[in-house]
Design a protein around this ligand. Sequence first.
Ligand code: PHB
Length: 355
Amino acid sequence: MSEIDLFSPVTIGDLKLSNRMVMAPMTRNRAAEGCVPQDINATYYAQRASAGLIITEASQVSEEGIGYPATPGIHNEEQVAGWKKITSAVHNNDGKIFIQLWFCGRISHPDLLPGNQTPVAPSAIQPEGEAITFEGMKPFVMPRALETSEMADIVQQYKKAAQMAKDAGFDGIEVHAANGYLLDQFLRDGSNVRTDEYGGSPENRMRMLNEVLDAVSEVWPENVGVRLSPENSFNSMSDSEPKAHFSYFIEQLNRRKLAYLHVLEGDMMTQSRTLDYRALRDLYDGIYIANCGYDLERGQSSIADGDSDLVAYGVPFLANPDLVHRFKNGLPLNEADQATFYGGDETGYTDYPFA
Ligand code: PHB
């Protein structure tokens, strides 16, 4: 047991955070036309600036990376201008904010993509389930397997987005390599059956993530985090040996000076949690953020027991802009309204009351 708790300061990268409660990345589908962040998004994030760290909703690194309507992008000047309002509003309230960079890969649909192109993936393996399009739900399509020669361009898209994140005033970036999106599609063998240097061994399956991390670290030598989800089956994902494979991936991340490793501990779909996350955590030398349905009590014991350094809260932060104050003072929490999670206006977004 240690004296450290959720309300203790901590340093990640070159940043001092005032507490160890992280606002988890949450897709809210409230960007304006052109995937441009808007004023209401600034209000939402600024309301939650007492989190030790905000990680934004996932934001596509290019037009080709999109997978859902009304998710923000970080690949053109208009979007940078939109994000600037958000980073200023959060900084004015003494908050810290990282942007989560994603490329959806096969979790997309031609309706959403430039020129109605086919979504890309490591391998032509069609996910089960449906994409959310402008015309409602449509079955996922068979993705096109990327050519080896196309990888470098996707890596450059991440690098360009990382630079735009810097221009927009973010404190750092989180590379989204979890939850069944492109980089996770490379990591796990249920979605990657390539026979070139990007598939086969764990070393090869990690190549794309490593190349992305090398590229974005040139822009951000300090403040890069990575998110993994070793056993999440969301988005039709599977892996033959998650324990062995993710142990390898996590050990490899030790070679880098990351700001943190952020792990979704369990399966979003079934709520099951079969891996020994303490063992995975112990393989990692740096700062570890735990996420997956934590409450105040479990968050406190996770930190006290050394199972994590910080805890990321999703829905509790969505419904309680002042979650830190409420946890600190043992105040009751607002109930989250599922019906207003995705899309819409200020209802269920910026109108949750402060205690
Ligand atoms: C979602 O939109 O449902 C979503 C997006 C990103 C995630 C997980 C879920 O990492």
